[in-house]
Structures are given as C-alpha cells and as structure tokens.
Design a protein around this ligand. Structure first.
Ligand SMILES: CC(C)(COP(=O)(O)OP(=O)(O)OC[C@H]1O[C@@H](n2cnc3c(N)ncnc32)[C@H](O)[C@@H]1OP(=O)(O)O)[C@@H](O)C(=O)NCCC(=O)NCCS
Length: 234
C-alpha cells in the first residue's frame, strides 16, 4: 500500500516515543545479521577463496568425503554466529549511548535531531541527524518497521533530514552503511546521495579489536554516501 492510502506524518521525537524508537531500531539492526552473514558472502570473493581452501584442505587432511558437506555448513554457521555477535554488540552499544538518551544526544544538541514517522498515529520509523562539523551533518539510525516498508516512509524520513540540513545551513549530508540489501542503497540514491567511497572493515566501539575468527567470518564493506546541498543566494 502506498502513502496515498495511509498518509505518513513525520514529526520530531518526543519522550513518549522512546520505546517504539528503540524497538524499531533494534529490529532493523537484527536484520543485519543474515544480511552480513549470507547476502554479504557474494560481495567478498576473498572470503569465498579462503573457505574453499579450508574445505579442500579439510578433505585432503581427513580423507573423508563428507567433510565436503560438513565444512561449508560449519562455515555458514560460523558466519551467522559472528555476524550475530558483532551486530548484537553494536546494537547494545547504541542502546547504551545515543539511543539511551535521545534528548541529550540529539534534540538538545546543536545541529542534531531525531524524527519519527507515524502512520495511523502509530510510530513506524525513525531517523536521526547529528552535526559532525560546522558544514557537515550525518544521517543516522534510519529504520522502518518491516510491516510499513515500501510505502514511502523511508523517503519521507530521509527528505526531512535533507530539509533540516538545508534550513540549518549545512553544506553536506553524509552517511555510512554496511548494508548489502538494495533497499538502503536505492533509498539513499533516490534521495540524491552519491556513493563517494567504499572501505573494508568495521569497528565496534567500546569493544577490543576483532579476533582472528571474527576477521575470518565477519567481513563488511562500508559504503560512504554524500549529498551536497545547494544554498540559494538572496
Ligand atoms: C532501508 C529502509 C529504511 C527503506 O525504508 P522504506 O520505507 O521501505 O523505503 P521507501 O518505501 O521510502 O522506498 C524508497 C526507495 O527505496 C528503495 N527501496 C525500498 N525498499 C526496497 C526494496 N525492498 N528493494 C529495492 N529497493 C527498495 C526504492 O528505490 C524506493 O523508491 P521507489 O519505491 O520509488 O522505487 C527499510 O528497508 C529498513 O528499515 N531496513 C532495515 C534497516 C536498515 O537497513 N536501515 C538502513 C541502515 S543504513
């Protein structure tokens, strides 16, 4: 169903939205587990090569044919396990920092804000803007409840951030995503963002560096998007 059927209202975050916002954010993050573990696999040929070498070596060392089946299953499980572990740690970190005190981190902080999208007076999505410098604001925490996707909610939230950045006089909106799903990338491109770079790796704040197993089974790519804003001269 499109927005014409159920209008999307985007408004500033209020303290009564806290539970909905934390829930929708956490659910969106949880989707990253399978996205990174399985969808991400075909974007990392170096990982596929390592897994192939592991499987061939396993068969050669053990001389058992069934290792051909067992090892890939174990590898997929390891990818799921580490993806789950890292994503959970990252979600917990966010829920303890900015998402724990949205007012202090965003609404009372200069150049920053959080908005919620409502459909039928129900909170169905969120997005945040955080000032990064005098000229740059970051779009963060974009998430839409799965039952309300493909109805223009993400676009409405994204447009609000762009409009806010423009009225506040920022020159640029930036964002980073480790998503492999086309939904996030298409949404940002539809909003006018351009991918300006891709970096490998990940960071989980407040956690020690990744272990060897994490490096082996959890790999992500960071896509960096930017939108330059035009300010009309008077
Ligand atoms: C990414 C996300 C925010 C999109 O929200 P949404 O409300 O479904 O997006 P919209 O309905 O406004 O769609 C906007 C555009 O995004 C693209 N898009 C949305 N869903 C898509 C899908 N499933 N497949 C391909 N493109 C998709 C389309 O280009 C669409 O425009 P169009 O319908 O005119 O072609 C939503 O899927 C989500 O919350 N995902 C989980 C959390 C997440 O990944 N957040 C992003 C973190 S960086």
């Amino acid at each position: 169903m499109k927005t014409e059927d159920k209008p999307v209202v985007v408004r500033e975050f209020e303290s009564r939205d806290e539970q909905d916002v934390r829930r929708i954010f956490s659910e969106g993050m949880r989707e990253m587990v399978t996205d990174t573990a399985f969808r991400g696999l075909r974007h990392h040929p170096e990982s596929l090569l390592i897994y192939l070498v592991m499987t061939v070596s396993g068969v050669w060392i053990s001389a058992c044919w069934w290792v051909i089946v067992l090892l890939p299953v174990a590898i997929l499980y390891a990818r799921y396990y580490f993806s789950h572990r890292v994503t959970l740690s990252s979600t917990k970190h966010a829920l303890k920092t900015d998402m724990a005190n949205i007012e202090r981190f965003y609404t009372k902080s200069p150049g920053s804000c959080v908005w919620v999208a409502e459909v039928n007076n129900q909170v169905v999505g969120l997005v945040a803007a955080k000032q990064r410098s005098h000229e740059v604001v970051e779009l963060k925490r974009m998430s839409v409840h799965h039952r309300h996707r493909c109805q223009g909610v993400g676009m409405a939230l994204g447009r609000k951030v762009v409009e806010y950045a423009s009225t506040q006089g920022f020159a640029k909106v930036v964002l980073g995503t480790t998503n492999y799903t086309p939904a996030a990338h298409n949404l940002y491109r539809r909003l006018g963002f351009q991918c300006v770079g891709v970096t490998n790796g990940y960071t989980v704040s407040a956690a020690p560096g990744p272990s060897l197993l994490e490096r082996l089974f959890y790999r992500v790519r960071h896509h960096h998007y930017e939108l330059e804003l035009e300010h009309k001269e008077n």
